[in-house]
Design a protein around this ligand. Structure first.
Ligand code: ZN
Length: 401
């Protein structure tokens, strides 16, 4: 009994020194996020809400267990600003509402979502808006269109999206356009002459050119054509995870001279090489079963058995991508682009928007300085936004002369 008491006293004496620091890093992260708005580059909640039947179907102010994003989680995650994706499915290129109409409906949904919860959310159209809302304790809502097919090859439509407050456009989604090639396409084309015109017009309007989802040729062409900083709103490092959606070193080298930003995606298949390989093998195994004429129930059982043994990505692997990018592009060009509510699987430790402080804590645990953490959390993307605003203003001033 006495020995057990001694042991307990010994553990109490030893443990505070080994366990407290972990808790301190989280507290430190939360303290830092009171001084800088954490801005995430990509969140798909607008389309998730649309798929559930629209704004009346989701009470965003109370916890939504099936969603990765809601106001209580955003508050717990100390989120200061969010680019909401006005995602436009590529299938709209074939049938259904026109891509431009779909984009307008998503923009409308984002604005109504934001207006419905005015205590917590506020629309932001500039870096200054974000800073003002942050001081007022509100989460900024920024609009990014996902899929350049939304402009339907029309610069007039592009200009009207700018007038509605769109701050970035992802040039493609999974399917190539006549003027830009998707990362999932085998074609080696890049931007066409019209594609370069789109980039220049976006620069003139102050809309960020988002190179997530395009192929390497298009990334390179856009970086060479751009007159303002570009962004990768939700892409990680291909040197660590060999996925076409991630950014290769050859492109990363072009980012610092451009002044742009790479915002790390949390998608397990983009941050864990083991998950990527597993996901690839899953598709070919399912194809082999179908080819062998296996019945659907057996196929389902096999897939479930594989899934039970699936590798998992981790918060530490996301931090590895951030660390790697800091080494290759420099700390001024790295940000966060979770892709929450657009991804179906999540890394262990980064399950939803409430977990951002844990990621910041991990960087602090790895010896990052508070100033470097602030840059990745929000200062870098604010700089990119205001640089794009400056380029637009300078171009317009020149045009008036
Ligand atoms: Zn995406």
């Amino acid at each position: 009994m006495f020995r057990r008491l001694l042991l307990a006293l010994f553990l109490l004496a030893v443990y505070p020194s080994t366990r407290l620091p972990a808790q301190d890093f989280r507290a430190q992260a939360l303290r830092i996020l009171k001084t800088v708005p954490l801005i995430d580059g990509h969140n798909d909640i607008p389309d998730a809400i649309r798929q559930r039947g629209g704004l009346d179907s989701v009470d965003f102010a109370s916890p939504q267990p099936k969603l990765m994003t809601d106001i209580p989680k955003l508050r717990a995650g100390a989120v200061g600003g969010q680019f909401w994706a006005a995602y436009v499915p590529v299938t709209t290129m074939d049938s259904g509402p026109h891509p431009a109409v779909y984009a307008l409906e998503q923009i409308d949904l984002i604005k109504r979502l934001c207006a419905r919860y005015p205590v917590d959310l506020a629309m932001a159209y500039s870096a200054a808006d974000v800073e003002r809302h942050f001081k007022a304790g509100k989460i900024s809502c920024l609009i990014g269109i996902e899929g350049g097919h939304a402009i339907e090859n029309s610069l007039g439509t592009l200009r009207m999206f700018a007038a509605l407050g769109v701050r970035y456009i992802t040039l493609t989604h999974w399917r190539s356009l006549s003027w830009a090639t998707a990362s999932t396409d085998t074609a080696r084309r890049g931007l066409s002459a019209f594609g370069r015109e789109v980039v220049h017009e976006m620069n003139r309007l102050g809309i960020l050119v988002d190179l997530s989802h395009v192929n390497d040729g298009t990334m390179s062409d856009a970086l060479h054509a751009a007159r303002a900083p570009v962004m990768f709103s939700h892409s990680s490092a291909r040197a660590l995870t060999h996925h076409a959606r991630d950014v290769p070193d050859s492109i990363l080298r072009l980012v610092p001279p451009n002044g742009g930003i790479v915002m790390v995606n949390f998608n397990p298949g983009f941050v864990s090489e083991a998950v990527r390989v597993y996901e690839d093998s899953l598709e070919s195994r399912a194809r082999a079963l179908r080819a062998a004429g296996t019945d659907s129930a057996t196929r389902r059982d096999s897939v479930q058995a594989w899934q039970a043994r699936a590798p998992k990505a981790t918060l530490q692997q996301v931090a590895d991508h951030i660390d790697y990018l800091r080494r290759v592009v420099g700390v001024d060009h790295v940000g966060l682009g979770s892709d929450f509510d657009g991804i179906t699987e999540v890394p262990v430790g980064l399950e939803d928007v409430s977990k951002f402080p844990d990621l910041i804590a991990e960087l602090l645990r790895r010896g990052w300085t508070e100033q470097d953490v602030r840059k990745v959390a929000g200062l870098n993307v604010l700089r990119v936004l205001s640089d794009a605003e400056r380029v637009a203003a300078a171009g317009n001033a020149k045009a008036r002369r």
